[in-house]
Ligand binder design. Structure first.
Ligand code: NOJ
Length: 549
């Protein structure tokens, strides 16, 4: 079925790093408003706004203290309202981040909950007795250490799948669920257009709380007991019935460990749950024995297998989201392309071509549109991300990885790669702030910045504009069926899209060498590409071409 959110292109803003309007070194809401015409020029339809709620910033806003207030550093509710109005004036919708697997430990609910076993808020969180002086289960937290924190006052532990300042909310409590639906309604009534839901497939936990298999870190893997847990679809359907069904929204659930089969249940049109999910399979390629901290090589065939499984799996039922990067992932060009001066723009265009020609709703992460790259800080003191800092401490102190080993992981895959400030110009600090930025700007801002890209008609920025325009003009790009070609090829990603008697061929060279292939097609017209083609089936390094068949 045709839907506006299938036709849309989403742009993610990580407010802390986007644009600082008041010189305190921290991006803010007025800074977003200032850039609305830039985003309109790019042609995007929806902004996914990472959290702007009041937060003590243990995890940069993914630890919310008050779901109905704006973080001081980001501005006021008036600033928010003005931004929303300005977005809507440009025809841009706002998708809020909804972080309700956990709150901050400084949220009123948690302070009440912790205050006494008899508090009416006690069961808003997950409290358990220990086992023989040990935590209730052996689960490790995603940000290191045990997933349980001992509370002396009540002699019980609370669950926190992330940091100990992010206690998990107890979705078994109907009252808690009502609170969540009310806060969602508050924002929708204000006029926001939807939600990106943080780790939403973790909200239903296996009530028996079993131990998990011990991992290299010494902790147990709890994920089988809370990824897509027993009541998850009941909760999602309830949320849809109580809130989402009453508004015209765009929704996407962030879901580590989700399979295609599960995704059909979350996104099938008659299921009344969500529009789409973010899976992690393609961004996890090349994970080592300690996940992203000791990465290994990956192959193009792995990427193709993953994308094709999702494309084919959700062809009839459900809908895909498409992304290369976000605030938790490294920069797309450094990760999947080639960030050398010679190939940065070309490979960026190739990656953009592939992603925007797959079937699904594409997401652009701030700075991706003009080709920002990873950063390689020398010292751990230059990093800010709690996940990176904790991993560095834990892996090196336990002797699991050496300083050099984990630094390779941090440089390749750490979250701060995407959190350095957006490089707006070649002015000091990339024009992000007149003050001192909360995290250093990537020194390559002198060459790589939005202003330079806007001025250059051959830039990545203008190429993204063309891709977005192509989507708007051609229903095939949105609704066409995907078919993979050359499945075994380690250099060329080739596929067709077809719709109502029309077919397009997409060719992307992921390698640094010229590649020639024989394909049984007569190409008609060239639709778009990152270089003037020489011959349809000969592709120079990182070349991408799209043809009508
Ligand atoms: C996923 C978010 O994208 C990430 O930034 C955050 O740290 C965790 N969820 C916890 O909220």
């Amino acid at each position: 079925m045709k839907q506006w959110w299938k036709e849309a292109v989403v742009y993610q803003i990580y407010p802390r790093s986007f644009n600082d309007s008041n010189g305190d070194g921290i991006g803010d809401i007025q800074g977003i408003t200032e850039k609305m015409s830039y985003l309109a020029e790019l042609g995007i339809d929806v902004i996914w706004l990472s959290p702007v709620y009041d937060s003590p910033n243990d995890d940069n806003g993914y630890d919310i203290r008050d779901y109905r207030a704006i973080m001081d550093e980001f501005g006021t509710m008036d600033d928010f309202d003005a931004m929303l109005e300005e977005a809507h004036r440009h025809g841009i919708k706002i998708m809020m981040d909804l972080v309700v697997n956990h709150s901050s430990d400084e949220h009123q609910w948690f302070m009440e909950s912790r205050s006494s076993k008899d508090s009416p808020y006690r069961d808003y969180y997950i409290w358990k007795k220990g086992k023989d002086g040990q935590p209730p289960t052996n689960w490790g937290a995603f940000f290191g250490g045990s997933a349980w924190q001992y509370d002396e006052a009540s002699d019980e532990y609370y669950l926190h799948l992330f940091s100990k300042k992010q206690p998990d909310l107890n979705w078994e409590s109907e009252t808690l669920r009502r609170e969540v639906y009310d806060l969602m309604t508050y924002w929708l009534d204000k006029g926001v257009d939807g939600f990106r839901m943080d780790v939403i497939n973790m909200i239903s936990k296996d009530p028996s709380y079993p131990d998990g298999q011990t991992q290299g870190t010494g902790y147990g893997d709890g994920t089988p007991f809370f990824f897509n847990g027993p009541r998850i679809h009941e909760f999602m359907q309830e949320m849809n019935r109580e809130v989402l069904s009453k508004y015209d929204t765009i929704t996407v659930g962030e879901m580590p460990g989700v399979s295609v089969e599960e995704a059909k249940l979350y996104t099938g049109e008659d299921r009344n749950e969500l529009n789409m999910v973010f899976h992690f399979e393609h961004v996890d390629v090349g994970n080592g024995s300690f996940g992203k901290w000791n990465p290994t090589d990956w192959k193009l065939t792995e990427l193709k297998t993953i994308f094709s499984r999702w494309q084919e799996g959700l062809e009839e039922e459900g809908w895909n989201s498409l992304y290369w990067s976000n605030h938790d992932q490294p920069r797309a060009i450094s990760r999947f392309g080639n960030d050398s001066p010679e190939y940065r723009v070309r490979s960026g265009k190739m990656l953009a071509t592939l992603l925007h020609l797959l079937k699904g709703t594409p997401y652009i992460y701030q700075g991706e549109e003009f080709g920002m790259t990873n950063v390689a800080f020398d010292s751990i003191d230059q990093y800010r991300d709690i996940e990176t800092l904790n991993a560095y401490r834990d892996y090196t102190s336990k002797g699991l990885l050496t300083h050099d080993e984990i630094f390779r992981g941090i440089h390749e895959r750490g979250r701060d790669n995407s959190r350095t400030p957006v490089q707006w110009s070649d002015e000091a600090h990339g024009g992000f702030t007149t003050g001192t930025p909360w995290i250093e700007v990537n020194p390559n801002y002198v060459d790589i910045n939005a202003e330079a890209a806007q001025k250059d008609p051959n830039s990545l920025f203008h190429y993204y504009r063309q891709l977005i325009a192509l989507r708007k003009a051609n229903p095939l790009v949105v609704y066409g069926k995907y078919e993979l070609l050359l499945p075994e090829d380690e250099a060329i990603y080739a596929f067709t899209r077809s719709f109502e008697g029309e077919a397009w061929l997409v060719l992307c060279n992921f390698s640094g060498d010229t590649q020639q292939r024989d394909l049984p097609y007569d190409v008609k017209e060239r639709v778009i590409g990152n270089m003037e083609p020489i011959e349809p089936f000969t592709l120079r390094p990182y070349e991408a071409q799209v043809y009508k068949l």
